[in-house]
Every structure is written in C-alpha cells, then in structure tokens.
Write a protein that binds this ligand. Structure first.
Ligand code: AP5
Ligand code: MG
Ligand code: ZN
Length: 217
C-alpha cells in the first residue's frame, strides 16, 4: 500500500501518519523529518537545506526527489509506505511517478486533509515536537501527559524554528502557490480523497481509515 498525505502546513499530516503507520504497519517517509534530522547532524544535505527551511521555502526538487528515491527502494518499504510532505510540486509528483514505474509499484490513494487557514495558524504556533522521536503534540489540542516531555520516549519537546508566525505565513503562501496544484493533479488521476481536517484527531483518523479500506473518494 502506498499512501500520500497531502495538505497545508499544520493540517495534521504527521499526526495522522503516526497513527496510520501503526494501524497498517507501513514504512513512514516524511521529507520534513528527514531534512530536519540532516540539519541537526550538520551533514552536507543539512547545510544545503537549512536556509530554505528557516525561510519557509521549499528545498530544491532534485534534493528531495533523491531522498525519496533512496527511501522507497529500501527493504522496509517493500510492504508499503506513507509519504508525508512529498510530493510538494508538480515536478516532484512527476518524478515520483517515474520512480514508482521503475520499481513496479503505484500510488493507492492520496489523502488531502483540508483545514481552514486560521485554524492552521493556531495549530502551528502551539505545536511542540519531540527532539528524539519527532512525535507531535499541541499545547492545547494534544498536550503530552507531562509538560514538555514526550509520552512515547521521554524525550524533550521543542518548538520548530519554522513555527514562528511570520514563517508560518510564508509557508502557507508557498503551499498555495507550489503545492495546491497537486490537488488537481491527483484528482485527474482518480486517486484523491478529500478529508475535512477541521475536526477531532480521532474522527479524522477513522475517516481516513475507512477511505483506505474502501478505496473511496
Ligand atoms: P514539513 O515538516 O513537511 O512541514 P509542513 O508540510 O509545513 O507540515 P507540518 O509538519 O508543519 O504540518 P503537519 O500537517 O504535519 O501537521 P501536524 O500533524 O504536525 O516541512 C518542513 C519544511 O521542510 C518545508 O517548509 C520545506 O522547507 C522542507 N520540505 C519538506 N518536504 C519538502 C519537499 N517535498 N520539497 C521541498 N521542501 C520540503 O499538526 C500540527 C499541529 O496541530 C500539532 O501541534 C498537532 O498536535 C495539532 N493537530 C493535528 N491535528 C489536529 C486536530 N485535528 N485538531 C487540533 N489540533 C491538531
Ligand atoms: Mg509534519
Ligand atoms: Zn519522543
């Protein structure tokens, strides 16, 4: 099973992916997480990505396509994977189609999580992320049991650098311009399911699960 989670910053892609990988036993490919780990390690990839990410801009297509190609061909992805935050441009979507053709697989469903812009800003500015395992929380909507401590691994929670109000606004502009055209792209292919992401986390999860099980839009 190959699933793409599409949606603006703060839509809940990571939050839902955490639950979906457990439920369906899939590999998890989140380009944002991979790039943040690279920035933290100071690797050449991290050095290349850092400025783009801090400014809320997209990292160049060829860089992220390279990352995803390598991950999708790794053994843990043989049984299926969830792509979170990729593709993000039409060029990335076309490159993905080519990689999938090479490895003889295809996309099962693209889940587009729709959320109102005001709500996205509230979600992102209150988000906290685990430094160790990248689990996601919200100070109000999804708080950890112990303040600033990850429920899953005991790691310290922090605020992402790109979750400041001004960078969030820029990320939304970039999404509308560069990523939103993918909604049409996948709709034309008959792969798109639109989910109302303004609701509770668990309600959204059950809607996504039933869409995956019935293959419906
Ligand atoms: P990335 O890490 O992918 O960020 P993003 O797409 O902007 O999405 P977010 O992670 O901010 O949101 P999310 O939808 O995962 O929401 P979450 O579940 O955390 O990318 C970061 C950067 O990396 C990019 O700007 C770019 O520079 C670079 N990059 C990454 N991929 C790239 C690519 N393919 N090409 C080029 N560059 C790339 O939820 C948000 C908050 O809301 C949390 O606090 C959560 O607890 C809360 N929440 C979730 N669901 C609900 C709900 N239903 N109700 C209330 N609160 C909720
Ligand atoms: Mg995310
Ligand atoms: Zn953790």
């Amino acid at each position: 099973m190959l699933i793409i989670l599409l949606g603006p910053p703060g839509a809940g892609k990571g939050t839902q992916a955490e639950r979906l990988v457990k439920q369906y036993n899939l590999a998890y490919i989140a380009t944002g997480d991979i790039l943040r780990a690279a920035v933290k390690s100071g690797s050449p990839l991290g050095k290349q990505a850092k400025t783009f990410m801090e400014q809320g801009q997209l990292v160049p297509d060829e860089v992220v396509v390279g990352i995803v190609r390598e991950r999708l061909t790794a053994p843990d992805c043989a049984a299926g994977a969830i792509l979170d935050g990729f593709p993000r441009t039409v060029a990335q979507a076309q490159a993905l189609d080519q990689v999938l053709e090479e490895i003889g697989t295809k996309i099962d469903r693209v889940i587009h999580i729709e959320v109102d812009e005001e709500e996205l800003i509230t979600r992102l500015t209150g988000r906290r992320v685990c430094r160790e395992c990248a689990a996601t929380y919200h100070i109000k909507f999804n708080p950890p049991k112990v303040r600033n401590v990850c429920d899953q691994c005991g790691g310290e929670l922090y605020q992402r650098e790109d979750d400041s109000l001004s960078t969030v606004q820029e990320r939304l502009v970039v999404y509308n311009k560069q990523t939103a055209p993918l909604i049409d792209y996948y709709n034309r292919e008959g792969l798109l399911t639109v989910i109302d992401g303004n609701r509770e986390i668990e309600q959204i999860f059950s809607q996504i699960s039933s869409a995956l099980e019935t293959g419906s839009s």
